[in-house]
Write a protein that binds this ligand. Structure first.
Ligand SMILES: [Zn+2]
Length: 240
């Protein structure tokens, strides 16, 4: 452990211990280092081949597993987003919300009949709970009057897919639509949990009011450049 690189070089040749070269034949292929009096420096070659001074940050980014870049990223995460809403949206996009179809597979409790707490007609799943259920689709119907979807959004995957190519835009329409989408998903999930675990329930109208008030408060905290579009939005949301 005390050996230095210079101890392994004599007469400008490597002098590896014999058992090292037997174990690691590649050692004999290394070109001999040109040693000098300068201080050693530690470098790191990143995953794209760039050599820079070593830092833990750089090394972490090189070895940290990278996920696929997803097209819907900007629909969910944007600077004006409400983080707790964006988080539920993110779980929804990865189909990682613990809806009953997921829990059933997880817990193997086949004997338990799990029903959607909104309609009590079938078990809840991502598609059913957030869009297809009659309760949810009525909430969406009311929300649509505030959004800029040209038609019924269909399913959440289609909705997000249709928004994704335009989601980088900072227009007031896009920001408001993204806020509404995430807020609606968030409050539908909150309502589902209140019904499942607290035996509390709100009507479609009440849920709409909560979504409206939350998004309105957020919009009021944002600054938009004055334009016809912004004035129309303010009139629609009754913002002075
Ligand atoms: Zn339902």
């Amino acid at each position: 452990m005390q050996s230095k690189v210079r101890d392994l070089i004599s007469n400008e040749q490597w002098s590896w211990p014999a058992h090292w070269t037997q174990k690691y034949p590649l050692l004999s292929c290394l070109s001999v280092l040109n040693l000098n009096e300068e201080q050693d420096q530690i470098y790191w070659r990143s995953y794209d081949g760039v050599l820079s001074m070593f830092s833990v940050n750089l090394a972490w980014h090189s070895i940290h597993p990278r996920g696929m870049k997803v097209g819907w990223f900007r629909v969910v995460w944007f600077s004006q987003c409400i983080p707790r809403h964006a988080f539920i949206m993110w779980l929804l996009m990865g189909e990682r919300i613990k809806t009953q179809d997921k829990l059933k597979a997880w817990e193997k409790r086949d004997h338990v009949i799990l029903l959607c707490p909104f309609c009590r007609n079938q078990e809840d799943s991502h598609n059913h709970l957030f869009f297809e259920c009659n309760f949810s689709s009525q909430v969406w119907h009311k929300i649509l009057s505030l959004c800029y979807f040209s038609s019924d959004p269909g399913g959440w995957k289609q909705t997000v897919a249709s928004m994704a190519p335009l989601a980088h835009r900072k227009s007031v329409r896009m920001v408001v639509t993204k806020l509404l989408l995430a807020a609606t998903v968030y409050y539908l999930w909150q309502e589902r949990n209140a019904r499942c675990f607290k035996q509390e329930s709100r009507s479609i109208g009440k849920l709409y009011e909560v979504i409206y008030a939350t998004v309105r408060l957020k919009i009021m905290s944002l600054k938009f450049k004055d334009s016809d579009q912004v004035r129309n939005m303010k009139a629609l949301w009754r913002i002075p």
